[in-house]
Design a binder for this molecule. Sequence first.
Ligand code: AMP
Length: 212
Amino acid sequence: MNIILLGSPGSGKGTQAEALTKRLGVPCVSTGNMLREAIRRGAPLGASAKGYIDAGQLVPDSLIVDLIRERLKEPDCAEGFILDGFPRTLAQAEALDAIGVAIDAALSLEVPDEDIENRMAGRRSCKTCGNAYHVESKPPKTEGVCDACGGALFRREDDNPETVRARLTVYHENTEPLKGYYEGRDKLIAVPARDDIAKITARCLEALGIEA
Ligand code: AMP
């Protein structure tokens, strides 16, 4: 299954991608995690992307499309994938079509803007694998330590309130129109995403016609 997760920053795309990955056995492809990894490694892509990320703006389409094109060619994507954070613009959605991958569903996690700032304030991310936690709704088993890989948890620089507001504006202007794009292709499924994590995962699976 080739699935896209749409939704504002902090709507839970990463968390649901992690749950769906476990259930479906296909990889999660997160452009945000790939960019942060490139920054950590000191790769040229990271140097080009860092200023945009820190400002809450989108990295240019050309850089992102090349990154995704190469990633989707890897063998682990042969049976399907879950895209978390891509596409984020109409041009990216069109480029994905041009790559020739058929999308089965675009799940849009619906969370009102007024919930987002609070969610972001409590979010902690793993420095090593990118998994996300929340101090209240999804705490790690050991404080400050990633359950999945043992990496150190930190607060992302772009999760500060000012940058979150910029990211929400970018979302509404550039990414939200993708709902219409996938609706027109009969692929859009809106998923109310204010409840607890397990309930939202169950809704996603039901929407995909998969048993929980
Ligand atoms: P995320 O981890 O998905 O919230 O992404 C963090 C930041 O990485 C975004 O605010 C953008 O600056 C950048 N980014 C991630 N994915 C994309 C994308 N598909 N297109 C452009 N920029 C992206």
